[in-house]
Design a binder for this molecule. Structure first.
Ligand code: ZN
Length: 386
């Protein structure tokens, strides 16, 4: 279900997940076919609008997985990735997908060194593939690979030519992840001033700006956003689904029709399937997102979670944790022992805090509940014998 964006010429934002294509292209990542189907189903249940699920022309297991996902009859549009080659597109159509991404490089450095062709050849190949796809009735995204390093004028020509050939949208690929949000905003604004076409942002995280750049493109008028679960993807990865959606919801304040409560479960599943563990400090779904240890933070959160939490942990499937350790204060200690039915007065809490800090420094980590209870028992014994 697209996200409403009132006040824009293109008034909806569509999410396009490419975990199963760009995500799997990550060096060293291979999903089993059953995992691919499961991830596709989870994304569909979440409400993602379009899933890019693989490259049919690779054949074998890749093709089988694509066919299985098509057969699952999901609500989401199912897209396959292609080079700007008619045979590739034919292969995709044979798999039964309703949408194709047709990809070709548009930057001079790629055209000259990788393709060893000309700009004219790029336009011709793209047009042939697009016309063939449209004749077969599928939705078409034309991917301008390395768009961020493409000459502005040629990119506009490429987009206009694609539209005239029948393409439904242009995928703007910051293939190398070399833009910042200000540059991204300017590039998309320029492009949209020259060509009236739907644009998808496809951003990479080489400088840690994939999510920011995706948002900058949307702000400039792009209306599709390409993402992957956990930001999985080539090299430093892509814009992360969970980050982009939560930023649209909480940084911008739009109503979002994505079931965000399933984020944590999906992230964990993809982390396991990809063999890429989630860092605890990962934005939105990392286990530290709602762990509070520092005394003033924990005290604030206990009084009102909004003091140090932008949204409730349940909203992304996480739980709040008040961690007791070196940086804890008496409020957190009292609150923790209340869970065990023990009411500490200020004096007891202060005395326990000294012990908690000492043990935490010794162990170089926060304490488990068991350790807290034994510190309490030790303290009570000392108190009685005093
Ligand atoms: Zn990519």
């Amino acid at each position: 279900m697209p996200i409403d964006r009132p006040g824009y010429k293109r008034d909806k934002i569509y999410t396009v997940d490419t975990t199963l294509r760009d995500g799997e292209q990550t060096a060293g990542v291979v999903f089993a076919n059953t995992e691919k189907l499961e991830i596709a189903k989870m994304l569909d249940e979440l409400g993602v609008d379009q899933l890019e699920v693989g490259i049919p022309t690779m054949g074998g297991d890749e093709e089988e997985a694509i066919r299985a996902i098509v057969k699952a009859n999901l609500k989401a549009s199912i897209m396959a990735w292609n080079r700007a080659v008619v045979a590739d597109v034919q292969h995709s159509i044979d798999c039964g997908v309703d949408a194709v991404a047709i990809s070709i490089s548009t930057s001079d450095i790629h055209i000259q060194y990788k393709l060893q062709k000309s700009r004219e050849w790029v336009l011709e190949s793209m047009v042939k593939a697009v016309e063939f796809a449209k004749k077969n009735g599928v939705y078409v995204s034309v991917n301008a690979e390395d768009a961020s390093r493409t000459d502005d004028e040629f990119l506009a020509t490429f987009a206009r030519t694609a539209k005239e050939a029948g393409a439904d949208r242009l995928r703007f690929c910051d293939t190398m992840g070399i833009l910042d949000p200000f540059m991204t905003y300017d590039k998309i604004t320029t492009l949209l001033n020259n060509v009236d076409i739907d644009i998808e942002m496809h951003t990479h995280n080489d400088f840690g700006m994939a999510t920011a750049n995706a948002l900058a493109g949307l702000k400039a008028g792009a209306n599709y956003v390409g993402v992957t679960v956990n930001g999985l993807g080539e090299r430093a990865g892509n814009a992360a689904l969970e980050e982009v959606i939560m930023a649209i919801k909480y940084v911008w304040g739009y109503k979002v029709d994505v079931d965000t409560k399933k984020f944590k479960a999906l992230s964990e599943y993809v982390a396991k399937a990809s063999g890429r563990e989630l860092p605890i400090w990962k934005a939105i779904v990392g286990s530290n997102m709602f762990a509070h240890e520092a005394g003033i933070h924990a005290d604030g959160v206990i009084k009102n979670p909004r003091t140090y939490e932008v949204f409730n942990p349940e909203e992304v499937g996480l739980e709040r944790q008040i961690v007791i350790g070196k940086h804890s204060g008496t409020a957190a200690i009292k609150n923790k022992f209340k869970e065990y039915g023990i009411q500490l007065d200020e004096k007891d809490a202060n005395a326990l805090l000294v012990k908690v800090r000492a043990l935490s420094v010794e162990l170089k980590r926060p304490l488990f509940d068991k350790e807290l209870v034994s510190l309490y028992e030790e303290y009570m014994k000392e108190k009685q014998s005093a």
